[in-house]
Design a protein around this ligand. Structure first.
Ligand SMILES: Nc1nc2c(c(=O)[nH]1)N[C@H]1C(S)=C(S)[C@@H](COP(=O)(O)O)O[C@H]1N2
Ligand SMILES: [Mo]
Length: 370
């Protein structure tokens, strides 16, 4: 590094750019099935593609785009196998939306550790601009039977992950995406094409999508019995729980950080809802006794991470920071106690309760149940 960059010529640009050697954002990979978005290490709302969380049950398959096919069959007039080029010939759409694994924040059901970071607790979510062809366009092309109510969506990974999806959802806003933030999908995100179901649990967004089979009832795959069912307190299981309810998290300051001194600190975080736009985020610095209105960063898009900001002056005494999101349906993010009262602590997934960050007098920030 030169002492004075104005005294030496700079280097020319390379064909592919790189981060500053001073920046090292990184995903956490605690288990071979997942990588967690470092929410605390970027700004704004778009997750850099190489930092997007990954959830893959049986690894990341290597797929030659020249050999890729998407088969649409079952209760259709014209069973059709589409190549990637075929998919790209249809009119395309782009939409910015979040994805979230239903397992995100699952630790909070039973009591997350005080040293939990926001990446550990909330990192199974990301937002990208996705580009592809609406499933409705493809269904029109093959002609689906009037009795077709469900479709089996299957991936071409080693475990061939498959889920039953209501045709109604696929027709309303399902997307077969091949683009992510302006480039081809990353292999980890489903290259060369994946299904996107805005607002529905990550698991239904089948990556490396190889077929959609239409039928008149759900297909009852292994994944919707052995996994992705949720245990109710009465001993029954909720199957086909699809929509992600409104949620938010304060990202700065958050677990593991230390606030160096009292004074002005901007509290910022993300809020999102599978049901539409975020309309309001409130922030509390006293463990939920009083709340103030956070500012929402425009544009506020439906089913998208929404950045919120709240000016805060820390007086140096103990504080508990919390955020509470409301979406356009009027739904308000619940307290953890409300969720536990309704679902017990063995529900396993879909935790969207308010979480707390405790700021100690020495500025150290830790997770606290709220
Ligand atoms: N074929 C296939 N699709 C899949 C998965 C998988 O393991 N195989 N994982 C699912 C799960 S559990 C989630 S949360 C999302 C995550 O999408 P991402 O890895 O692009 O973030 O992909 C879903 N689609
Ligand atoms: Mo997931």
């Amino acid at each position: 590094m030169p002492d004075d960059p104005t005294k030496v010529p700079g280097v020319p640009p390379a064909p592919v750019g790189m981060r500053s050697p001073f920046e090292h954002p990184a995903r956490l990979t605690p288990a071979p099935v997942s990588a967690r978005t470092p929410l605390d290490q970027f700004y704004g709302t778009i997750t850099p593609s190489d930092l997007h969380f990954v959830l893959t049950r049986t690894g990341i398959p290597a797929i030659d785009p020249g050999r890729y096919r998407l088969l649409i069959h079952g209760m259709v007039d014209q069973p059709t196998s589409f190549s990637l080029d075929d998919l790209k010939r249809f009119p395309s759409v782009s939409r910015i939306m979040f994805l979230e694994c239903n397992g995100n924040t699952a630790d909070a059901w039973k009591g997350a550790k005080p040293d939990s970071t926001v990446q550990q607790l909330e990192g199974l979510t990301g937002t990208s601009e996705w580009t592809g062809v609406p499933v409705a366009t493809l269904f029109k092309e093959v002609g689906i039977d009037s009795g077709a109510a469900w479709a089996l969506a299957e991936g071409s990974d080693a475990g061939a992950l498959a889920r039953s999806i209501p045709v109604e959802k696929l027709l309303s806003d399902g997307l077969v995406a091949y683009g992510q933030n302006g480039e081809a999908l990353r292999p980890e995100q489903g290259y060369p094409a994946r299904l996107l179901l805005p607002g529905w649990i990550g698991n239904t967004n089948i990556k490396w999508l190889r077929r959609l089979k239409l039928g008149d009832q759900p297909f009852m795959t292994r994944y919707e019995t052995a996994q992705y069912t949720f245990s109710e307190p009465d001993g029954k299981s909720a199957q086909f729980a699809f929509v992600l309810e409104a949620k938010s998290a304060i990202i700065r300051p958050s677990g593991g950080m230390t606030i160096p001194e009292p004074g002005f600190w901007e509290v910022t975080g993300l809020a999102w809802s599978g049901r539409g736009r975020i309309t309001r985020v409130e922030v509390s610095a006293d463990g939920g006794q009083t709340w103030g209105e956070a500012e929402l960063q425009e544009p506020v898009l439906p089913i998208c991470h929404t950045r919120f900001r709240f000016p805060w002056v820390w007086d140096g005494s103990e504080a508990v920071l919390q955020s509470r999101a409301t979406d356009e349906t009027g739904y308000v993010q619940p307290a953890r106690s409300q969720l536990v009262a309704a679902r017990g602590t063995d529900f396993g997934g879909l935790f969207n309760g308010i979480i707390g960050w405790q700021v100690a007098a020495d500025g150290k920030v830790t997770y606290v149940e709220s």
